[in-house]
Every structure is written in structure tokens, then in C-alpha cells.
Design a protein around this ligand. Structure first.
Ligand SMILES: *Cc1c(COP(=O)(O)O)cnc(C)c1O
Length: 466
């Protein structure tokens, strides 16, 4: 049965539910499984033609073990992947060129790939809380994108209240409306008179206030939760199998920010899925690409780009891969991460660089190149890329050598989420899909609060359902 340990060595022998509810390890590290469930070529052949929810079960059961009853896990997966996604294939492949494909991951409620993991995470949380007779209060800050995916994930949960802070007037209107038009008694939006950093600082302060944290049973659904990685492994299996795995291997190009999505691809490969190249696309915030070029991981200031969901300073999930790269030597990871926190950098020697480059390729794509590939793709194929997808595709095309190997670019957001960038590239404003067509007519619900810890805490206390 799969057990989990912290990348920094401070926790081991943890069960799936421990890891699910705690998110971050107590030593600041990230949880990873002691060993990968393995799929033989025969196992993979048997998944050919199998529906998404059933492949999800096969991929996920090895990570969950006995923590959740098998029939319950099956029911949850069926509920999530048969009901909450608007395309019958859940994650369809669309061909955009000779042996080149786009894997559409925007058929969930908020039109971004994060739904594929968060929809499951919310229900798993709710189930485990129900069994334990507990309730939690999730608090989080968003600059626009992740807030709506988290709210959509929790809106049906009986044992969760969710409070999301966004900076008043500083998100796009679509982003704000995707959060504030949700009608659910356990969903609470706070528009803060301040910046995104103010929102984040208040969330941190709430977690640091031990009494408040205990009274409210605070929790988070952050990007480093293991269960999110686990759920993301599934669509690499469905895509590769549809294109001929295990007989044929495929390459994936992934627009990368926090390294969560590409790490899930790496996990799929460790589990036995035949993946040829794993290609990282970064925008101008290219800490990862520079790392692959030089061996030095070094933070720089974040610059806004056309692909804002990848505007990051550090790729937090990279620590998971680092752990394998250093042969799971948790002491060395702990040291490296401490140095990274203090100095904003660490460097790896040439032998590690060689190994990394054997497992991944990384390329950067600036805003001009992003627009150029969106324009070219539309002209040649009529297919509309969102700017994040464009970054991945650009990287994939740069790396591609052997056209007989299928290249799959992950489409991480619907183009209508970034209408300005799309319009600039192709002269057309993409329309929202039908289930969101009336977004601009729906009533909004949110409280406007001052950037003041005690006011926000009072608001949480007064509005939490318990
Ligand atoms: C979150 C996000 C990314 C980055 O994914 P990571 O798992 O953080 O690397 C890329 N594109 C879109 C549209 C996203 O929402």
C-alpha cells in the first residue's frame, strides 16, 4: 500500500488521507509516494477504449490504497468526470497538424485545466471530512484564476466553507464574475481594498493566528497538494492510449508555471506510460528554462506577460522532481531549499544537469512569439489557441525532431478566458461556451472589506456555517 514521505525528510509513512488533508508537510516539504504504481504494457493495452472515469480509477486507486473504499472512490470519480465536464470525452484530442495534437483541458466549469484536479479534490476532501465528522474553513487569495476553480470545487461540499480574497478592481471582469456569481451558502467572496499581495498577507496572517486557525479549523487547497498531481496524471494516460500507447510513444508539450502539470506527466512516465519527450514551455518568466540551460535556479522579478497563469517567481512543485533527481536524498533537498529561501538561488553540478536534460526539454517563448504562433495556427488550421497553450506549442515545435512521434500540446485554458490576447493575435474575440454565456447577466455576491486583519477575521467568523 502506498505511503508518502516529505521531500525534506521531516515526515514519513503518511497515508493518502493525511496527505490530502494536510497539503504541505510539517517541515515545509512536499509529499511524494514511496513508490510508483506500475503499469505493464499489457495493463496499458487493456485501457484502450475505456471511458475517462474508469481510466481515472485505474490510475488513482494505487495512490489511494485502502484509505477510501473502492466503491466510494469509483462513485466519486464517476460523479466528477461524468457530470462536471461539458465534453463527452472529458479531455478530447484535436488534430492541428501532421501528427500534432492539442489535448483540450478546458471543458470543466472554469475553463482551465485546474478543474480536472480541483473538482476531484473538493469531493475527496468532503468525503474524508464527513467520515471524520469534521468541518473545515478554506481561506485563499487569488489574483483571478485559481480562485474560481477552488470555489467551483467546493460549492457542493457539505463540510467546507470557502472564503476567497481577491484584490478589488484588479481582476478581469470574467475572472471576478466566475467567482462572485456562484449561488451557494458555503461560498464567500471578499473583494479586498488592496493588492494581491495584501490578500496573500492576510491569508498568511490568518493561518499564523493559532486561536483563529483552531476555532475555524482553517485549511487550504493550494497548488502543492499531492491529490492534484494524482488527478492530473490521468489525462496523460487517456491521451497516450488514444494515440496508440503502449505500442507507440508520444511527446507532450506543457505550458509550465508551478511545475504541477509537467510533474504529473513525469509521474505517468515513471508509472510505465511510454512518453518520449517532456517539453516545458515558459513565458518570459523563465526561471525553469534558465535552470535547464545553466544549472542555476535563481529567482528574478515577475514581469506581466500574455500568459498570466505562468507569471511566477518560483516553481514550487519542482521540489518533487528534485527529490528523484537527487536519489531521494532528503537531507540534501532540505539544504538546497533552505539556501534557496535565504539566497534566492541554488546550483546543481553538470552530472545532474545531464540527467535532467535527458528527462525534460525546456524552451522559452516571449509575448511576440506567443502572438505569432497564435496567428499562424489560426491561419493554417482555423484552430484558436489561448496564449498559454501557444507557449507550450511553441516549445514543442522548437524541440520536435522526429515527426513520426505524435506531439501533444496541452491546451490549459479556453481562449475565451483571455479574449484580449486572442483578439490581438487573430482579430476575433472568442465567445464563452454556452454554459457561461449569461455570465454577464448573473447576480454577483461579494463583500468589500478594508485591508485589515481583524475586519476580515470578523467577517469569516460571522459568515461561516457551523
Ligand atoms: C496554472 C496554469 C498553468 C501552469 O500550470 P503549472 O501546473 O502551475 O505548471 C498554465 N496555464 C494555465 C492556463 C494555468 O491555469
Amino acid at each position: 500500500m502506498t505511503r508518502y514521505f516529505s521531500t525534506r525528510g521531516g515526515a514519513s509513512n503518511q497515508s493518502f488521507t493525511d496527505v490530502l488533508l494536510n497539503g504541505l508537510a510539517p517541515d515545509g516539504g512536499l509529499f511524494i509516494p514511496e513508490k510508483w504504481p506500475e503499469f505493464s504494457a499489457d495493463d496499458i493495452s487493456h485501457l484502450s477504449g475505456v471511458p475517462y472515469a474508469d481510466i481515472a480509477y485505474k490510475v488513482i486507486e494505487g495512490f489511494v490504497g485502502n484509505d477510501i473504499e473502492k466503491t466510494t472512490l469509483k462513485r466519486i470519480l464517476t460523479e466528477v468526470y461524468q457530470k462536471e465536464f461539458s465534453h463527452a470525452c472529458v479531455a478530447p484530442l484535436v488534430q492541428i497538424g501532421p501528427n500534432a495534437w492539442v489535448l483540450e483541458l478546458f471543458h470543466g466549469p472554469t475553463l482551465a485545466f485546474k478543474d480536472y484536479a480541483l473538482q476531484l479534490l473538493g469531493r475527496l476532501f468532503d468525503h474524508v471530512l464527513e467520515e471524520r465528522g469534521e468541518r473545515v474553513t478554506i481561506v485563499g487569495a487569488t489574483s483571478g484564476d485559481t480562485g474560481s476553480a477552488a470555489i467551483e470545487a467546493c460549492r457542493h461540499c457539505k463540510n467546507i466553507d470557502i472564503f476567497i480574497l481577491h484584490p478589488e478592481g484588479r481582476t478581469s471582469e470574467v475572472q471576478r464574475r466566475q467567482m462572485t456569481t456562484i449561488e451557494a451558502p458555503n461560498v464567500h467572496n471578499i473583494a479586498l481594498r488592496g493588492t494581491f499581495d495584501d490578500c496573500q498577507n492576510l491569508v498568511k496572517a490568518m493561518f499564523n493566528d493559532q486561536k483563529f486557525r483552531g476555532d475555524m479549523n482553517l485549511s487550504a487547497v493550494n497548488s502543492i497538494n499531492w491529490a492534484r498531481i494524482m488527478a492530473q496524471i490521468v489525462y496523460y494516460f487517456t491521451a497516450a492510449i488514444a494515440l496508440g500507447a503502449p505500442k507507440r510513444s508520444v511527446s507532450f508539450a506543457v505550458p509550465t508555471g508551478n511545475f504541477g502539470n509537467i510533474y504529473a506527466a513525469y509521474a505517468a512516465r515513471q508509472m510505465g506510460l511510454p512518453i518520449k519527450r517532456l517539453i516545458i514551455g515558459s513565458n518570459r518568466n523563465d526561471i525553469l528554462t534558465r535552470f535547464f540551460e545553466t544549472g542555476a535556479m535563481k529567482t528574478e522579478n515577475v514581469e506581466p506577460s500574455l500568459s498570466p497563469s505562468m507569471d511566477i517567481q518560483i516553481s514550487s512543485n519542482f521540489e518533487r522532481y528534485l527529490c528523484d533527481l537527487l536519489d531521494r536524498d532528503t537531507k540534501s533537498i532540505d539544504k538546497l531549499m533552505k539556501s534557496f529561501k535565504e539566497k534566492g538561488s541554488f546550483t546543481l553540478g553538470p552530472e545532474f544537469l545531464r540527467k535532467m536534460r535527458g528527462e525534460f526539454d525546456a524552451r522559452r517563448c516571449d509575448d511576440k512569439q506567443t502572438q505569432a504562433i497564435m496567428t499562424a495556427c489560426y491561419k493554417e488550421t482555423g484552430y484558436i489557441l489561448d496564449p498559454h497553450t501557444a507557449v507550450g506549442l511553441f516549445a514543442g515545435m522548437q524541440v520536435r525532431e522526429d515527426p513520426s512521434i505524435p506531439l501533444v500540446s496541452l491546451a490549459c485554458a479556453h481562449p475565451a478566458k483571455f479574449p484580449d490576447a486572442v483578439e490581438k493575435a487573430i482579430g476575433i474575440r472568442p465567445e464563452l461556451p454556452s454554459h457561461l454565456a449569461d455570465l454577464y447577466e448573473r447576480a454577483e455576491h461579494y463583500a468589500v472589506l478594508d485591508n485589515d486583519l481583524s475586519k476580515v477575521q470578523d467577517y469569516v467568523r460571522q459568515n461561516v456555517n457551523r
